[in-house]
Design a protein around this ligand. Sequence first.
Ligand code: SAM
Length: 217
Amino acid sequence: MLYIVATPIGNLKDISLRALEVLKSADLVACEDTRHSKILLTHYGIKRPTVSYYQHNRVTKGEYILGLLKQGKDVALVSDAGMPGILDPGYHLVNLAIKNNIELTVIPGPAAFVNALVLSGKPAHEFFFAGFLPSKKISRRNKLQELSALGCTVVFYESCHRILAALEDVQEVCGDRQVAVARELTKKFEEVRRGPAEEVLLYFKKEKPRGEFVVVL
Ligand code: SAM
């Protein structure tokens, strides 16, 4: 069986009892980055064989993992943080398993966009998750134009290197729309800034942006 196991997005305590049980008994743990996931596994005294499964080896390693699943082995899929399949190659393995009639289930847990959405205070009954916006300015502005016309809450991920550029574009395209910018969720320096795009942009221009970001419009 393929277990898609959500792991912490910063705080190692954010892991379910069921996730630990599955990781302890899996024949193999497929990790986006084995060194990264070993920190978590070691923390919980889990000593199971691991294999790397990431964007560039997903075809060969996917076939290898599929072979084990077909033999009836249990494989746990984890990503570097949060829910596998949300913006990582986990999606391909899930698809491969479905196409090959492999039984699969999700062991639920954190996903950064859920925390940010709820902390934003914006309506969450209808929202659009846009993943990462394009890195090129023109495409990003076009995308923001599309997103701002949706008429519902919009959530996207951003890195510390691009957050200022992205917020400048939000201000330009979306005017004085109220935004919430969440960083370092579940970690020691978790922070959410809420307000007009211009105000939040000014704040992050003063305070050098550090860590991982989620933007809610
Ligand atoms: N699978 C992950 C999930 O379930 O949220 C997302 C993986 S995606 C490759 C990584 C991005 O998620 C980061 O660049 C950042 O935008 C966001 N992210 C992950 N952890 C975060 C955290 N603790 N605080 C804020 N954003 C986070």
